[in-house]
Design a protein around this ligand. Structure first.
Ligand SMILES: [Zn+2]
Length: 262
């Protein structure tokens, strides 16, 4: 019992800050944007609604807090389940949980996206990354870093527009994963999941969301609006990105964290 208890403490220390593993220092980094009134959602959705309930002392003398929230599936740091763009794709609750846990790689295209705010990542970018790091995109969670997370929560800077509804969708401006690269990952490699630090895996001007169609059609989960990728190295991180288990869902809020070893 005592041994279990001590191990539990060590695990808790690792989860909430720095710890050690095999002698090497390690840190858990939160790659999740907070859910609050500033959380960015797709222009056709209303935002995250938090309704405070009872918060305070009770007549019996103890403190009690219980709130309510309402949210679209697709807003803030969230999952796109394959069902999002595929009639036969897995729903949120059907995705095997091992897809959300594993070694992560970070593909940094920040410079290209700074030069072109609607840049689409190409197969060449991915091939070049593999050559540089001598590693293939197999059994890994691929995190695409465009640099857009630093614009959060400035809606205009992040989405390219503050407009809502169809007009907002027509004016979206941010980078993404090009359909050819999505197809290459789906056909030529075997990834657990793909994350990106923008509002959508397809770039802003997309009208038919081809990368969504390709990845959802291949049952590859996507995580959008990922934060803090500056703190994650190209290789060596371990990621946990569990979504709320919404039965029949097309997505849902995700808490994504990365373990980084110094
Ligand atoms: Zn989504």
């Amino acid at each position: 019992m005592r041994r279990q208890w001590v191990e539990g403490l060590v695990m808790a220390a690792g989860l909430f800050g720095a710890g050690t593993r095999g002698g090497a220092a390690e840190t858990w980094i939160d790659l999740t944007h907070p859910f609050n009134a500033d959380t960015i959602f797709w222009p056709t959705e209303t935002g995250f609604q938090f309704d405070p309930g009872n918060n305070g002392p009770t007549p019996k003398g103890y403190y009690y807090a219980a709130n309510r929230f309402t949210t679209a599936e697709h807003g803030g740091t969230h999952l796109d389940a394959p069902r999002h763009f595929s009639a036969t794709g897995q729903t949120t609750d059907e995705i095997p949980v091992d897809r959300f846990v594993g070694d992560a790689v970070v593909v940094d295209v920040t410079a290209k996206c700074a030069a072109n705010p609607v840049y689409e990542i190409t197969p060449d970018d991915l091939v070049a990354w593999e050559g540089e790091h001598q590693r293939q995109f197999v059994d890994v969670i691929v995190l695409l870093k465009t640099g857009w997370a630093s614009r959060w929560p400035d809606r205009k800077a992040y989405l390219g527009t503050e407009l809502k509804g169809a007009e907002g969708v027509a004016n979206l401006k941010f980078p993404g994963l090009g359909p050819e690269a999505a197809n290459w990952l789906a056909q030529q490699r075997r990834v657990k999941a793909i994350g990106i630090d923008t509002a959508s895996i397809d770039h802003g001007p997309s009208t038919h969301f081809l990368s969504h169609q390709v990845l959802c059609g291949a049952n590859i989960p996507v995580i959008e609006n990922v934060a803090a990728l500056d703190a994650v190295p190209a290789t060596g991180a371990f990621v946990v990105a569990l979504p709320m288990k919404i039965a029949g869902g097309s997505g849902g809020p995700v808490r994504i964290i990365a373990r980084v070893t110094d």
